[in-house]
Write a protein that binds this ligand. Structure first.
Ligand code: ADP
Ligand code: MG
Length: 364
């Protein structure tokens, strides 16, 4: 993620610590502002509009909690990481409920600080993007709202869970299992929210670049092997690719998303294992187009369901969103002027064929 030149306001009254943090953050190309007390912190938030505030909760004048509240009132897009002294975890969790994105306990390690800043800025960017929309009027308003309402408590749950985990005896199997379940459910909800947002996110032509499709496959398959650890052992992957395949002009992130959705479906259709093939070729009768086929030999599709596949919310899965293929269609057809075809019979697997133009179009 691009963090170059992002403004960070460090609020603390410990000059020695400030000096260390300032020097370190500057080496990481952040612009660093300093406030030694709460009043100055609020003033600088108003005058300098930092992207992120690193806020010590113990300040000489105003309580940190009050400063947090004021900063959020000034601009709710300013991300806040709260810093507490030893044993301040409980307060920190409370602060996350009030809008802080993360917390750090003193003494602060540089790597931990950097990681937290990067995560926090990423979450902030996602939240800002969540609010920028245009097409599907009702869903486009509703999904970002939903995302916001779900994501914030989820962060708080994750934060609290980390503490429980740290302080618990994980040899207690029932406890360990329960923590695992909470983690998985939080993860599932995060994915659900992400999928809803992917569905309404507007096209971003700025990010059109030359993309090597085969490179996208390796990234996608790598992600899949993490998502489907146990199934992966039972699925044989065949890559039948044309080594001469030209690069295409595309939005890398979107194409990755579309392929990921297709491969995810294929893996979900083969819980007992099977064979999954990706085939690429330059379309013989139309050299300006590449063709990609994704084939699985999983459960296939019931007759009659074929024409509902691309409808948003159509799902036959217990916990599906029914948005995966709707997103694919949007990315491939609407944003990349490609085509997508599906062939399937019940218990005979599925073939998803995607055609994408190689070149740039006017207006892209
Ligand atoms: P979801 O995966 O959340 O159900 P999708 O839009 O990705 O939503 O898929 C919609 C439906 O299409 C799935 O619920 C499933 O019934 C069907 N489907 C998609 N891909 C496959 C596949 N490879 N094999 C069998 N059915 C599939
Ligand atoms: Mg899906």
């Amino acid at each position: 993620m691009e963090t170059f030149g992002k403004k960070i306001l460090v609020v603390d009254d410990n000059l020695e610590l400030i000096d260390i943090i300032r020097k370190f953050l500057r080496t990481q190309n952040f612009e660093v502002l300093i406030a030694l007390d709460g009043k100055t912190a609020i003033e600088k938030t108003l005058s300098d509009a930092p992207e992120l505030v690193l806020l010590d909760l113990k300040l000489p004048d105003i309580p940190g909690e009050e400063v947090l509240k004021r900063i959020k009132e000034i601009n709710k897009d300013i991300a806040i990481i709260v810093v507490t002294g030893f044993g301040g975890e409980q307060v920190a969790v409370e602060m996350m409920r009030k809008g802080a994105t993360d917390f750090l306990s003193k003494p602060i390690e540089k790597e931990v600080l950097l990681k937290s800043i990067q995560n926090t800025l990423e979450i902030r960017n996602a939240q800002i993007e969540d609010r920028r929309f245009g097409q599907h009027p009702s869903l486009e308003k509703f999904f970002p709202f939903l995302a916001h309402e779900i994501r914030n408590p989820l962060h708080a749950i994750s934060g609290a869970l980390t503490i429980i985990q740290r302080r618990s005896d994980l040899k207690d199997e029932i406890l360990a299992q329960s923590i695992k379940i909470i983690n998985e459910e939080v993860h599932h909800l995060n994915e659900f929210v992400q999928e809803c947002l992917n569905f309404v996110r507007p096209p971003n032509f700025v990010r059109f670049i030359e993309v090597d499709i085969h490179e996208v496959f390796s990234v996608v398959m790598n992600m899949i092997s993490h998502m489907f650890e146990s199934e992966s052992k039972k699925i044989r992957v065949v890559m039948d690719v044309d080594p001469q395949l030209p690069k295409i002009y595309a939005n890398y992130e979107e194409i990755k998303q579309a392929f990921l959705n297709i491969v995810k479906n294929a893996y979900e259709a083969m819980p007992e294992g099977g064979e999954f093939t990706i085939k690429t070729l330059r379309k013989p009768d139309s050299p300006k187009t590449i063709e990609i086929a994704f084939m699985d030999d999983g459960m296939g599709l019931k007759r009659g369901n074929l024409d509902k596949l691309f409808d948003p919310f159509f799902t036959t899965k217990l916990r599906g969103t029914g948005l995966g293929l709707a997103i694919c269609r949007r990315i491939i057809v609407e944003r990349h002027h490609g085509k997508i075809f599906i062939e399937s019979e019940e218990n005979q697997g599925m073939k998803v064929k995607v055609e994408l133009p190689i070149g740039r179009r006017l207006g892209d």
